[in-house]
Design a protein around this ligand. Sequence first.
Ligand SMILES: NC(=O)C1=CN([C@@H]2O[C@H](COP(=O)(O)OP(=O)(O)OC[C@H]3O[C@@H](n4cnc5c(N)ncnc54)[C@H](O)[C@@H]3O)[C@@H](O)[C@H]2O)C=CC1
Ligand SMILES: O=C(O)C(=O)Cc1ccc(O)cc1
Length: 374
Amino acid sequence: MTETHLHGPVLILGTGLLGASVGLGLSRLGVDVLLSDPSPTAQAIAQDIGAGRILGGGEDDAAALQPQLVVVAAPPDVAAAVVADALRTYPEATVVDIASVKASILAALRQAADAGEIAPGDLSRYVGTHPMAGREKSGPAAARGELFTAMPWVVCAHADASPAAVRTAADLGADLGATVVRMDAAEHDAAVALVSHFPQIASSLLASRLMNAPAHALSLAGNGLRDTTRIAASDPRLWIQILSHNAPEVVKILHGLREDLNRLIATLEDPGADGALLDLAKLMEEGNAGQARIPGKHGSPPRAFAVVTVIVDDRPGQIARLLADVGEAGVNLEDLRMDHSSGHQVGMVELSVLPGRSEELTQYLSDRQWKVIQ
Ligand SMILES: NC(=O)C1=CN([C@@H]2O[C@H](COP(=O)(O)OP(=O)(O)OC[C@H]3O[C@@H](n4cnc5c(N)ncnc54)[C@H](O)[C@@H]3O)[C@@H](O)[C@H]2O)C=CC1
Ligand SMILES: O=C(O)C(=O)Cc1ccc(O)cc1
């Protein structure tokens, strides 16, 4: 068993994509995890995939359980109420939530404390957190125990949080292999409006333009469109809640976007006007500058990888064989992507490697009869 900071038991309330992923990660480390969800199906699937055991059966009845930590992984709309209930039910436990917004949940809990719905002092056991990792899918069937590995896990310690509760919240992120980052709720909400909520909006807006696009146009779609619309497949029910809870921060960014759009429209309405092309160049360069600031994987500074592109036949076992050969070449794979064109019997696999290793890998794969595009 791997050494963990948490000793458990850990109770997870809400066993969808995130809750079941937390449960899977902790269970694999040997932590005792209990699961609860108003949806019997979500609970049962989470248990079946190994995320923990369902709370309520036999001796594990809610009243008898003394969890070290309760993780609220319910949607943002109900997160504060579920946290408040957990604080009342488990008077010794630290209670964290992992919702994508933080200030509105803290404000609702402060209101509950002021209204006497939770005991004075109970708020000290609550810490808001947010793992910056997820998928465009929902539900426990899409859960992954390694979802949080090397991803940021934001811990928002409010003024009344006890040091012990903050430590337990950070232990959760650390045990799941995440990088713990501390900031306050307002700072968090402004940051995620820019790096998570706005990208979702931009992707959804972009993809919505395709709704009535003619089939011949869509048949030309390449990676640019796929890259920029991946998250447009996200669950609308969750995103309605995220965006409405963080509306003031999101609106600030949208005002800036409106200014840029107005500027771009004016430029393109008269591309022959003095300075129009310079303005276009500036806009593209500003995009280059912003993109270059996005940190690379594991939070390291951005680094340009060399890409080795290999054509593979669309037959079972080809990718496994290719990856085995890359492994034998002794070259570390930094990233991998595949592209399939509809109606073709081949796919393209792009292998990202450190720039100094690409020639060696190209040679090794070519020697083993792989079709490497130069
Ligand atoms: N989807 C993502 O990529 C990420 C989501 N989050 C946050 O994680 C939380 C959960 O999101 P997902 O797992 O993606 O959604 P999901 O839809 O997969 O799961 C949510 C689960 O919460 C349950 N639930 C509903 N009401 C509940 C209640 N009163 N008590 C307990 N459980 C309840 C639902 O039955 C469902 O099983 C949300 O607050 C979301 O903002 C955070 C990071 C990433
Ligand atoms: O799919 C992706 O790339 C994401 O970034 C998912 C995501 C969705 C919501 C969050 O609060 C955090 C991460």
